[in-house]
Design a protein around this ligand. Sequence first.
Ligand SMILES: [Mn+2]
Length: 413
Amino acid sequence: MASNRMPRAPHPDRPLALLAGLTPKQFLRRHWQRKPLVIRGAIPAFVPPVTRAALFALARRAGVEARLVAHDGRKGWTLAHGPFAKSALRVLGGPRRTLLVQGVDLHDEAAHTLLQRFRFVPDARLDDLMISWASDGGGVGPHVDSYDVFLLQAQGWRRWRIGRPKDVSLRRGVPLKMLRRFAAEQEHVLGPGDMLYLPPNWAHDGVAVGGECMTCSIGFRAPRRAELAVELAQRLADLDAEDSGADRPYADRRLAATRRPGRVPAALQAFAVDALLRFVTRPREIAAALGELLTEPKTGVSFPHRAARWSRGAVALDRRTRILYDDEHVFINGESYRASGDDARLMRRLADDRCLDAHAVRRASRAARLLLREWVVAGWLRPGAPRVTTGAGAGGVRPAAARAQRSRGAKRD
Ligand SMILES: [Mn+2]
């Protein structure tokens, strides 16, 4: 990634080293949600998006989701949640320790750039980049996740033991979700630039071997049916609450005197069914609510407002901005806009490329430019071309420099 523009979403029919020479289309057909894939040299000469020092610094920051896992002979497994004091991170100096930092892509431009390589999967499915650092022998024990994941080895070596669990019962008395019994079907030792794809519900146990290591987890999200239904219904209910005509209470003007006061009136049962039906028979509003829900910024994310100097010229989305679209709407950071014609095409391009060049902006309608300006002021959009960093530290350190930094890092903090 030597170019200074944001990498475009990979072409579905182009073979990728990232997918062991498969095209995204082939990978999705053969492996996605079906079977694991081990990819040697997925990213040759891979430079980790952050250094160990930068990762540890993130774990100390408020608003960053971090966990520390230790496995000691006497104390067994222990788990602590961040943000961590500098002194708390000293335990990482011992063996069998793991530091997990969630959502690194929200905090680091190079991590965000790395995720762009996986955009052959829709953004609506992409969750975040988690980075785990482990000292020798470190891991989080055998477990099962309900999501797809790419495990990209960033530095050092990790031994993965994987298999379909025959018994999903969990170990008791440990602070982490850990399988009671686990027999591996396959074992793979991954080095820098190697990657393992795992479908949901495959048991896995990864342990740092031959010293410390760092692993990037590219995780996906899949809403649960009931949870999604509740959230969508809530949003539709909020819409109805604004319109009293749409949210009339149950009425029974023809109520007959009863001798069985304990019985639920049939009319009230019908009213309940009708109440739910009125939610499910609004596909357009459901689509809008879904888009808003999917682009809701992650917890803890806030955007820096800036003065509206911008009126034309290239723009790029802030890495924390979530943007999606459907046939009728553009959704950005939890808000929906109706869009059609040329303006819709422009906004879709912004969503797919995460930037617009000066030429595209110049051709936009006045209304579209005003909207873009609003987003600049809100901090969702940045004037100028996209910033691209491809490695540890700000400004994209080249592989050689990063390696020097690594060997210098013998001191633990
Ligand atoms: Mn896992």
